[in-house]
Design a protein around this ligand. Structure first.
Ligand SMILES: Nc1nc2c(c(=O)[nH]1)N[C@H]1C(S)=C(S)[C@@H](COP(=O)(O)O)O[C@H]1N2
Ligand SMILES: [Mo]
Length: 307
């Protein structure tokens, strides 16, 4: 199900690598580490992005709502706070550390990550646990294209995502509403699932700061808080990680947090949602409508217990 790097390398590049290999051997450099496959980073991220079959054809939420109505508690708990304050986030230089139970831990620069795999446009629904939803045209590539670079070990069962912490630029971290840095987690098979997207942009361009620049994830079948923003560290671990939300309110936020109209939040129903920009509420779908692709990940599990 997960193609090996050679299979995703376009033929021209593959030929060039073989050429490099020949030259290296000619120069007595046999054994030199081959560069990872790279793809030209277009001036505008959306240029040449391929359309994904996973995209919804529902109406896209206007950009002004995506940037103007958002949760990014590091900048405050109001929906307008990310638009107001997140420009303070320093997004360059930016590195992401991949560590833990892996054969090849590495620190990668954002410029390298931008060129790691071909950019796709994926139009996904995002359902916040608070009862609102959006349709967002993300730009990015499957998270697994990044994860497989470090060769996870057999005992790696979960992945922990840690958001960058810049106290001088993040007015929200003075509040104790959550423990900082913001931590989220996925089971390894969820993280490597083809729907799980490493997001680098939206609406044709790089990510706005308030939506998690320079890179975040999008896990469309889970409540929005599972999609960690502005990621600094990705750690492979054996035990189920405890997320910031689980620490803050364990009865309200479980590890799985799959969108589920049948399991109410202790303080409100999850049966319906309001699509931002619309007036009437609509029914919330199991797994946010992605059940055909992901329900099999949870066969045999009681999703009322593992909420
Ligand atoms: N680091 C960090 N990531 C975060 C959050 C946050 O407060 N901090 N909020 C989450 C919540 S509750 C939601 S609904 C989504 C919102 O993403 P969006 O602004 O792109 O719609 O981001 C998630 N990722
Ligand atoms: Mo959310």
């Amino acid at each position: 199900m997960y193609p090996a790097p050679a299979e995703i390398t376009p033929p021209e590049l593959y030929a060039r690598r073989r050429e490099f290999l020949k030259t290296s051997i000619g120069l007595g450099l046999a054994g030199a580490v081959l560069p990872a496959p790279t793809f030209a980073a277009p001036a505008q991220l959306g240029n040449g992005a391929k359309k994904s079959p996973f995209s919804t054809d529902e109406a896209q939420t206007p950009l002004k709502h995506i940037t103007g109505y958002s949760n990014f508690y590091e900048f405050g708990t109001d929906k307008e706070d990310p638009a107001r304050h997140a420009h303070q986030l320093k997004t360059r230089p930016w590195t992401v550390r991949l560590e833990g139970l892996v054969r090849k831990p590495v620190t990668l620069d954002i410029e390298t990550i931008l060129k790691l795999a071909p950019i796709e446009e994926r139009i996904y629904r995002l359902r916040c646990v608070e009862g609102w939803s959006m349709v967002i045209p993300w730009l990015g590539f499957p998270l697994d294209a990044l994860l497989r670079q470090v060769e996870p070990l057999g005992n790696a069962k979960y992945v922990e995502f840690v958001t960058a912490l810049q106290p001088e630029n993040m007015p929200g971290v003075r509040s104790r509403v959550l423990q900082w840095p913001y931590v989220e987690g996925l089971r390894l098979d969820e993280a490597r699932h083809p729907l799980t997207l490493l997001v680098l942009g939206l609406y044709g361009d790089l990510l706005p700061s308030g939506n998690g620049a320079p890179l975040r994830i999008a896990v469309p079948w889970k409540y929005g808080f599972k999609s960690a923003k502005s990621i600094a560290t990705i750690r492979f671990v054996e035990q189920e990680p405890r997320s910031s939300w689980m620490k803050a309110a364990p009865r309200e936020y479980g590890f799985y947090s799959n969108v589920n109209p049948d399991v109410p939040h202790p303080r409100w129903s999850q049966a319906k949602e309001r699509r931002i920009g619309e007036f009437l509420k609509r029914d919330t779908l199991p797994f946010n409508g992605y059940g055909e692709q992901v329900a099999s990940l949870y066969s045999g599990m009681d999703l009322r217990k593992h909420f």
